[in-house]
Design a protein around this ligand. Structure first.
Ligand code: GLN
Length: 538
């Protein structure tokens, strides 16, 4: 059984609880411990797969094909531990499980209640599916006091009681505002938030106080006294230029020491923070600077979270500061953006996407990159748009399109109806459910010999994460090849095109998968490293 660390948040949302959990996990890893991070969300969607990226940000896909909250991306990027389906849940999933059990008659006539049935289901999620982890970090989504959160908070209280208070620790992330008029940082919201938590039966053991500058000793003393927490466990979680500086900040403030002390677990005097020191160093010593265009329809940064991070990771490796310019492809296709929108771009990414809106703008962006020799990385939808572009403008199929758009024309991109998964054939029909029915998660891909992409990866076989319903029609392979567009990666059975490249272009690659989901600051993804390198040299 792992030791549990429960992370709750108070005062405001968006304080970065996901990052905080991941940073704590990275601190524990530096002492040689094995960790697993999990997240519980209060919404009634069964998973975030059906939520709009406008509001909720990116959907993070795990190796085993679960569509999860973007915080799981932070966990992976900080710890390098691959997240699993069993690391993410929501109120919707919990209730869905319960209702299915009820219909099966599993509850044998009893009336089903929040306590114990909902809480037992949540406790089951918290305490199951471990191997040999030392610590499980469980993040409770939302803000303390939210009505959706209550069953989750009640469940963590019960787990702590079940496993013994010394095997479970409560960490609360709160906010210390700065009042300009008085020139003071204020502790009252934190006190109120802790009181709310206490009202639900939880005494926090550590407070991470988000603030813009360090709190002085007297302020920490005050918070410690009012919130009944030891002074050493009141931490200034100040805002830093990069989230990747946080592991060292937490270390400096003794977060690792306090946690290990709480659990009475061995503490190394010289833990291994080397990789974080290197990253922090690289963050302040860029030698080049470029701007990469991301051509998509979502203006919310979180919608492309992993993509931004992957470009940053590849930038660290190349000593290149990568600035991002978002190109709104809906505006582009309406003619509302000036021609200068592409000026000064050293590279262009067309990321994943769904639906017709903005698609013509993405196709136009691919044309621009191809014709002007600008490094182009098409991810999933971005690969599909590059294929349509090539079919229209290189093969002369003027009505080339995707069946996803339901606009007629020649479907050079079509609905995938069956594919192989671990030796079995998975099937989908045109009118299937929207939720969880895509081709999701890790699938192998064979890289064609003597191709540009194979050189980049420098291996024969790769595994990458997918999230799509449509695929390139392989019937166009030969015709496109004549024009220099090669399929350089395919599914092992040779039926699904996974990668295209343009051999007449300095750097033009489209991938049917999402490489951005696997990049880490300390292990940047080879495709991004190569792309940023090419863009830097442009
Ligand atoms: N909409 C496309 C598909 O379903 C692409 C999906 C994506 O970019 N993730 O195939």
């Amino acid at each position: 059984m792992p030791k549990y660390i429960f992370i709750t948040g108070g005062v405001l949302s968006s304080l970065g609880k996901g990052v905080a959990s991941a940073v704590i996990a990275a601190n524990l890893q530096a002492h040689g411990y094995k960790v697993r991070c999990r997240k519980m969300d209060g919404y009634l969607n069964v998973d975030p797969g059906t939520m709009s990226p406008y509001k909720h940000g990116e959907v993070f896909v795990t190796d085993d094909g679960a569509e999860t909250d973007l915080d799981l991306g932070h966990y992976e990027r900080f710890t390098g531990v691959s997240a699993q389906r069993t690391d993410s849940t929501s109120a919707g999933r919990i209730y869905n499980n319960i209702i299915q059990k009820e219909r099966r008659g599993d509850y044998l006539g009893s009336d089903i209640q929040v306590i114990p049935h909902v809480t037992d289901e949540i406790k089951d999620f918290i305490t199951s599916n471990y191997t040999d982890e030392d610590f499980a970090l469980i993040e409770v989504g939302g803000t303390i006091g939210d009505i959706e959160q209550r069953p989750f908070v009640e469940s963590i209280r019960q787990v702590a009681l079940d496993v013994g208070r010394k095997n479970a620790m409560f960490i609360h992330l709160s906010y210390i505002p700065y009042l300009k008029t008085t020139g003071k940082m204020k502790t009252k919201p934190t006190q109120a938030s802790v009181r709310e938590l206490l009202g639900q039966g939880i005494q926090p053991d550590m407070l991470l106080c988000r603030c813009d500058q360090h709190m002085d000793d007297s302020m920490r003393k005050k918070i410690a006294m009012f919130c009944n927490v030891s002074e050493r466990s009141v931490i200034s979680a100040i805002t830093l230029p990069s989230i990747y500086d946080l592991p060292l900040l937490y270390r400096k403030q003794g977060v690792d020491r306090e946690i290990l002390n709480y659990f009475n677990a061995p503490y190394k005097e010289s833990p291994d923070f080397t990789k974080w020191e290197e990253i922090s160093e690289n963050l302040t010593s860029f030698k080049n600077e470029i701007t990469v265009g991301i051509a998509g329809k979502y203006q919310l940064k979180d919608a492309y979270k992993s993509l931004y991070q992957s470009l940053l990771h590849a930038g660290l490796k190349n000593h290149t500061k990568v600035n991002i310019r978002l190109i709104d492809t809906e505006q582009l296709e309406k003619g509302k953006l000036g021609k200068d929108i592409f000026d000064g771009l050293s590279g262009i990414v067309v990321p994943g996407g769904f639906g017709f809106r903005g698609a013509e703008g993405k196709i136009r962006t691919a044309t621009y990159a191809r014709e002007n020799n600008i490094p182009y990385l098409g991810i999933c939808f971005g690969m599909q748009m590059a294929v349509i572009e090539a079919c229209r403008n290189l093969l002369g199929i003027k009505d080339a399109s995707s069946s996803e758009f339901e606009k007629g024309g020649t479907s050079v991109i079509g609905l995938m109806t069956e594919w192989e998964k671990e030796g079995e054939v998975e099937k989908r029909s045109v009118d299937g459910n929207m939720g969880g029915t895509l081709r999701l998660g890790n699938y192998p891909c064979y890289l064609t010999e003597n191709t540009f992409t194979r050189k980049i990866y420098n291996v024969e076989n790769i595994e990458e994460r997918h999230r799509h319903r449509y695929e390139m029609n392989i019937a166009y392979e030969a015709a496109l090849k004549e024009k220099g567009i090669l399929i350089s990666g395919k599914s092992p059975d040779g039926t699904l095109p996974e990668i295209i490249e343009n051999i007449n272009h300095p750097w033009f690659v489209g991938v049917q998968f999402h490489p951005e989901l696997k990049s880490k600051p300390f292990a940047p993804h080879p495709l991004f490293v190569s792309f940023v390198k090419a863009a830097t040299m442009l």
